[in-house]
Design a protein around this ligand. Structure first.
Ligand code: GNR
Ligand code: NI
Length: 168
């Protein structure tokens, strides 16, 4: 297995639209394994392929306390089943060190394929619903900072760019 480098805001590659996965092969399963390893090592609860510069529609997540509930979603789609919004203090491995409140629909129904290409459906609420919506946004080139005011987003951008210049 291998750790994959994570792109950081404002990297323009985070804005790419991911395309559907068409081949459910060993190469895909290796990518999934490497994404899990990268997510757990970074102490994230989710990771979208876009964040590791692979522009395919797949994401991994594990929102459990025990870190024993890995889930893969390939070509995921969702519909809102409860329009009422919930606020959650979101963070992102691609926006390190910043946490801000974002409002999203409370409950969703998701359909996706697993690593073998089998379709499945689930209903999600709470943190799982937040995380799935956050990850699908990544596949569409969207970041949680896009929901913030332009002023907040600009401040985050400047601070991160400064950090990135230091470590480059
Ligand atoms: O690790 C993560 N924590 C988190 C907290 C609140 C809302 C969403 C997230 S997802 C994030 C990992 C990540 O960046 N996934 O794309
Ligand atoms: Ni993220």
């Amino acid at each position: 297995m291998a750790l994959l480098p994570i792109l950081e805001f404002p990297d323009p590659r985070l804005r790419k639209l991911a395309s559907p996965v068409t081949h459910f092969d060993d190469r895909l399963r290796r990518l999934v394994d490497n994404m899990f390893e990268t997510m757990y090592q970074s102490e994230g609860i989710g990771l979208a392929a876009t964040q590791v510069n692979v522009h395919k529609r797949l994401l991994v997540l594990d929102v459990s306390e025990e870190k024993d509930s890995p889930h893969v979603f390939i070509n995921p789609e969702f519909e809102v089943i409860e329009e009422e919004l919930q606020d959650y203090q979101e963070g992102c491995l691609s926006v390190p060190g910043f946490f801000e409140e974002v409002s999203r629909p409370r409950a969703i129904r998701v359909s996706a394929r697993d690593r073998n290409g089998e379709t499945f459906e689930l209903e999600a609420k709470g943190l799982l619903a937040v995380c799935i919506q956050h990850e699908i946004d990544h596949l569409d080139g969207k970041l949680f900072v896009d929901y913030l005011s332009p002023l907040k987003r600009q401040r985050i951008r400047s601070k991160l760019q400064k950090e990135q210049r230091k470590s480059a």
